[in-house]
Design a protein around this ligand. Structure first.
Ligand code: PLP
Length: 444
């Protein structure tokens, strides 16, 4: 079955969609309802949301307890200014987050998206050095990182076609290589080198899994090593848990697996179970205290209009209760086992490379040759999955599944079977990157 030819764009809608080439991509599909792991479109077709609607949905769509908490919150509160005023949902949520977060994180700053939570973290880090009278402004990041689409977070993320037009506005960062297996020492040495200059304010890093950069995974002991190096040189560590948080990597936070506490931690996406936009930047006592002063110039000058939206905070509180009262960890473990079974099978498939998994996230690279083909293979794969009512959006030639925790074994099996079929249908027409060994070829 071949991908449908690109349809002319619908000209009736004024909506400009994200990451969409409106001239060539197929018409957008209208979703009328969501339920569990499914999106139900206007024609009644049920789509398996295998990427959790861009990584936000954790338990499933419209979790009853969270939707009830939202309804309940609307009976009392809407947006309330968060300077000079506070409200119970924000207070309770801050305490709940601190209870669950790595020990030592003591304060919570609210915002409304992952990008903003990272911007806040960068400002906290620079404020820490500025207010102590020893300014530092270099940010150390990892190659292939992604931290958002604002100017600041694009500066800290991998450069490419996505941000080429904006590069004149992006600030310089110090980039350490991704720790490819066997080349970990080069990453550690690079980090040590940047920290040793005494100019590195912070290491900003996605713990264990680099999401948008291609679901690249590295082990917890390296994360622990990054923490030791930054600590040794007085460089702050900012853990961007926007994607990895809320169980994706098998534990509540990815940092938990390394047993570390970053100085600053960003959470968003699954904080409300994916129901409403909210973000939080958590920090240690010292980071907060560096902004305490009789000198008002040392205030942390940041806010967004919808900071600590009470309805979103109520949704997040209900999410915390789900984590405390329901067997979420067991659900995640079962999903991870199902993913692992498929990952094991796909390791034998010569059409794929780097078959990998961390917690509930599984990814593999379709073995295609030149980068020129990447632009072609992504949309073709997407169309193939779309025809089968599967929401799977490859990142170039990287196919991944990041399903909601309520996904059934049948959902997962169907998605993997479609991935195997897609490779059979699409790859023969695309040159492979390298010749697979005779054994692997026979196994496929
Ligand atoms: C998605 C993401 C962000 C940006 O979050 P938005 O809510 O889209 O602004 C930041 N960091 C990581 C690691 C992400 O995956």
């Amino acid at each position: 079955m071949s991908a449908p030819a690109p349809t002319a764009p619908a000209t009736t809608s004024p909506v400009w969609h994200p990451f969409r080439q409106h001239l060539t991509e197929p018409v957008t599909r209208a979703i009328a309802r969501t339920e569990g792991a499914r999106l139900i479109d206007a024609e009644g077709r049920s789509i398996f949301d295998a990427i959790s609607s861009w990584w936000v949905i954790t338990h499933g769509h419209r979790p009853p307890a969270i939707m009830a908490a939202i309804r309940d919150a609307t009976l009392r509160l809407d947006q309330v200014i968060f300077a000079e005023f506070t409200h119970q949902p924000a207070e309770d949520l801050a305490r709940g987050l601190i209870d669950l977060a790595p020990p030592g994180l003591a304060h919570v700053f609210y915002s409304d998206s992952g990008s903003t939570s990272v911007e806040v973290a960068l400002k906290m880090a620079l404020g820490w050095f500025h207010n102590r009278g020893a300014p530092r402004s270099r940010i150390v990041v990892m190659d292939h990182g992604y931290h958002g689409d604002t100017i600041g977070t694009m500066s800290a993320g991998a450069r490419g076609v996505f941000n080429a037009a904006y590069s004149p506005l992006l600030f310089d960062v110090d980039t350490i290589p991704f720790p490819e297996p066997g080349r970990e020492q080069a990453t550690l040495d690079a980090l040590e080198g940047f920290c040793r200059t005494g100019r590195a304010a912070a290491l900003l890093i996605e713990p264990l899994v680099l999401g948008a950069g291609g679901m690249k995974m590295y082990p917890p002991h390296l994360l622990a090593e990054f923490r030791r190096i930054t600590e040794r040189h007085g460089t702050l560590m900012i853990a961007d848990e926007v994607m990895t948080g809320w169980g994706r990597t098998g534990t509540l936070f990815a940092c938990d697996q390394a047993g570390i506490t970053p100085d600053i931690m960003c959470v968003s996406k699954g904080i409300t179970g994916g129901t409403l936009p909210l973000a939080a930047t958590l920090c240690t006592g010292p980071v907060f205290e560096a902004h305490l002063s009789t000198d008002r110039a040392r205030t942390f000058f940041h806010s967004s209009s919808y900071t600590a939206n009470p309805i979103a905070c109520a949704a997040a509180l209900a999410n915390l209760r789900i984590w405390q009262e329901e067997p979420v960890v067991a659900r995640i473990a079962a999903l991870a086992r199902r993913q692992e079974a498929w990952v094991t099978r796909f390791r034998q498939n010569p059409r794929f490379r780097n078959v990998r998994r961390t917690g509930t996230i599984a990814a593999l690279d379709l073995d295609v040759a030149e980068a020129g083909y990447l632009s072609e293979v992504g949309p073709r794969l997407r169309a193939f999955f779309r025809d089968r009512d599967l929401l799977i959006r490859p990142l170039g030639n990287v196919i991944y599944l990041m399903p909601p925790y309520c996904s059934t074994a049948e959902d997962i099996d169907r998605a993997w079977e479609a991935i195997a079929e897609a490779a059979e249908v699409i790859l023969p027409r695309i040159p492979q990157a390298r010749t697979a060994g005779a054994h692997a070829r026979a196994a496929g």
